[in-house]
Design a protein around this ligand. Structure first.
Ligand code: AMP
Length: 450
């Protein structure tokens, strides 16, 4: 069993006054990557201070708190937890004192060998305070026989496998590292005389930082006072970027793995139409995540784009989420159809993905109750039949509806008039470097022992 997962946002700031405030803006822009908990660690050159708590960025931090977080180096983290794992102990950055001083770590990704590494550390006497695989790194760094922190980090990275975009904060330096497959994004920007590192470029836009480049798979960049950022290639680059970042996870205004998320999503919508042209009265997105896909579908097909389903933006998380019955209620609270618009109409409903099938089932029934004549579900990604071990929060395989049912069975279960998933070939054609992507949730081809 490997269910230690971190699916999150990370941000780092170096060489800028009030670095924590810039990092805070980055976290604010990347709230979509994690709503469970948030944290910031800042160094003033002599000590590291950390604030973290459960909740949204706008709720956790206040001005007096930020005033106290003085210093020119900061890292931050938004945590996206699976239901039931939302302990404050699992919030990041993870901070520790060790023989070289102090360290804080922020991690986006998921180690595929986390349990083996943890077991070996425990057998060797280590004590853990959380269920996070990130804590493994603290121990590996603390135990390393190397003298310099950079060498200890590289030593630790040799021992972990899987997906990681990592930030390490010492009292005087910032280290940013990306796994050899570059599963999760991590980019660098210039801000004033300093630098910003973030999971997504939308963080740079809010902080008025200028995007420079992606950190390469297998690269670590070290930021140190009075020096240019230093790049160390610690492993051969073998890109396997997460295609689901483009499908669903990232913000559409981000520039991800070398291309615009928005443009890729429109392509997905275009191929969805081209693979199965169908006559209908209008195209409706499942808001908000599927709006770009539906625009692509509408522009390719010439069918009018309408906002036939309205999303309530003001609902918070329900604490009873793990219960299936409550999930259904949650969808209903969140999405509501415009009856006058859809009554008697043949609708193409575009969604980016089907995971458990809960959302789609409720949507079809809401639309039919509101008088839709036909509901044609179009999914802008292939069927998700395998769980992700690289940091996207997918449920266990038997909860994935496409694992349990074939497409026509799902159509019958949803009570839709038709259902069509995008093909894997079309998904690959929607991105520029099609060989550079991980499609394991669609094709089950993992790159590590799972
Ligand atoms: P489901 O109801 O379980 O089929 O979930 C599908 C819906 O959730 C789609 O509308 C997606 O936009 C969204 N979705 C897909 N993947 C995820 C994820 N990893 N976390 C949260 N929501 C997701």
């Amino acid at each position: 069993m490997r269910d230690l997962k971190e699916k999150c946002a990370v941000v780092g700031v170096f060489g800028v006054k009030s670095a924590a405030k810039i990092a805070y803006l980055g976290l604010y822009a990347m709230q979509h990557r994690g709503q469970e908990a948030t944290g910031l660690s800042v160094s003033d050159g002599e000590k590291i201070s950390t604030i973290k708590n459960r909740g949204l960025v706008s709720m956790v931090y206040d001005e007096p708190m930020m005033e106290k977080l003085d210093g020119e180096i900061a890292i931050g983290h938004n945590r996206y937890s699976t239901a039931g794992e939302d302990s404050i102990l699992d919030a990041q950055p993870v901070y520790a004192r060790y023989s070289l001083g102090e360290i804080a770590i922020a991690h986006n990704g998921n180690f595929t060998n986390a349990l083996e590494v943890r077991k070996a550390l425990i057998d060797d006497g280590a004590i853990f305070g959380s269920s996070m695989d990130t804590e493994n790194l603290i121990h590996l760094i603390a135990k390393s026989k190397e003298s310099l922190l950079r060498l200890r980090i590289l030593d630790a990275l040799q021992q972990v496998e899987g997906a990681y975009s990592l930030l390490f904060l010492s009292r005087t330096k910032l280290f940013a590292a990306r796994d050899p497959n570059g599963f999760r994004p991590l980019s660098i920007a210039k801000i004033g005389d300093g630098y910003m590192v973030a999971s997504e470029t939308c963080a740079f836009d809010l902080a008025s930082a200028t995007f420079e480049r992606d950190i390469e798979p297998g690269e670590m960049v070290i930021f140190e006072n009075g020096k240019k950022p230093e790049s160390i290639r610690f492993a051969k680059s073998d890109p396997k970027h997460c295609i689901f970042e483009h499908v669903y996870f990232a913000r559409p205004d981000s520039f991800l793995f070398g291309e615009s998320v928005y443009a890729v999503r429109k392509e997905l919508g275009r191929f969805l139409w081209e693979e199965d042209p169908i006559d209908a009265d209008m195209v409706i997105p499942v808001p908000d995540s599927s709006i770009p896909h539906a625009i692509g579908y509408s522009q390719a097909s010439g069918l009018p784009f309408e906002l036939g389903i309205i999303r309530n933006h003001y609902i918070g998380r329900t604490f009873i989420e793990p219960l299936q019955e409550i999930r259904d209620l949650k969808v209903k609270k969140k999405l509501s159809p415009i009856k006058e618009l859809i009554h008697g109409k043949r609708l193409v409903i575009v969604d980016d993905s089907i995971v458990r099938g809960t959302t789609s089932k409720k949507i079809v029934s809401l639309l039919k109750e509101a008088g839709a004549k036909e509901v044609h579900m179009r999914i802008a990604s292939p069927a998700i039949t395998f769980p992700c071990y690289y940091g996207i929060d997918t449920p266990h395989q038997n909860e994935l509806i496409s694992h349990r049912m074939a497409s026509d069975e799902i159509r019958a279960y949803l009570k839709a008039d038709s259902l069509r998933f995008l093909s894997i070939e079309a998904l690959k054609k929607s991105v520029q470097n099609r060989g550079n992507f991980c499609l394991s949730c669609f094709d089950g081809r993992y790159f590590h022992n799972i």
